[in-house]
Design a protein around this ligand. Structure first.
Ligand code: MN
Length: 217
């Protein structure tokens, strides 16, 4: 097989304590998954989970310096628990979901909030607000066996050393197994998929030069 130009290289993320890396396939994201954040965005809590997708080239490694993106004047952070999928699954019950989980990471669902807001208002897709290069910075992937009980963890974000987000993972509207079950009704989940599981309250704008440090206990 030869190509008219070189194909994109496989985008991959490092794994804690492992020399092999995690090849990224699709990046799924959940919108509105913490009550307090849904409220700050003016959403209805009783809706089923809403999903959107970022291209794999939205990945940026931990420690990267990322560019302020074009076409926005309101670039926002959203700190999220990310689930790394390591096995195939379709049409799963929540009880079967954990079998797909390779590991967990902390991620940032970077958002052009002004473009997302305009799209919402017009009933249009969120694409330009959510899916662009470097819009999904991701920390090291921790294998599930080393991560402990993720449902009991705390998620936080420091901006220039000042805490801007802090919530219990247990405050999610839809738990990790429920998210995987819902998503698997619409898509065949495959190894290499990442799922950003939604942000807690406290989202806000990013300025040039800011240092963002996401943490999950
Ligand atoms: Mn998000």
């Amino acid at each position: 097989m030869s190509f008219v130009f070189p194909p994109r290289e496989t985008i991959h993320a490092p794994i804690l304590g492992c020399d092999e890396t995690f090849p990224i396939r699709r990046i799924y994201c959940v919108g509105r998954n913490y009550a307090a954040h849904a409220k700050e965005m003016g959403a209805d809590l009783r809706e089923p989970p809403c999903f959107f997708i970022k291209d794999a080239d939205a990945y940026a490694p931990s420690g990267a310096t990322i560019a302020y993106p074009p076409a926005t004047a309101d670039y926002h952070y959203e700190t999220e628990l990310v689930v790394a999928i390591g096995a195939e699954g379709f049409n799963l019950a929540p009880a079967a979901a954990s079998g797909l989980i390779f590991g967990y990471a902390v991620g940032l669902d970077m958002t052009r909030r002004d473009l997302q807001g305009a799209a919402k208002k017009a009933g249009l897709p969120w694409e330009t607000g959510k899916n662009f290069p470097e819009a999904a910075p991701l920390g090291l992937i921790t294998p599930a066996a080393k991560a402990g009980e993720i449902g009991a963890a705390q998620i936080a974000l420091l901006v220039n050393g000042v805490e801007r987000q802090n919530s219990a993972i247990a405050d999610m509207i839809w738990s990790v197994p429920e998210i995987i079950a819902h998503l698997s009704k619409a898509y065949v989940l495959k190894p290499g998929d990442l799922i950003f599981t939604g942000t807690p309250e406290g989202v806000g704008p990013v300025n040039v030069g800011d240092r963002l440090c996401g943490q999950i206990s």
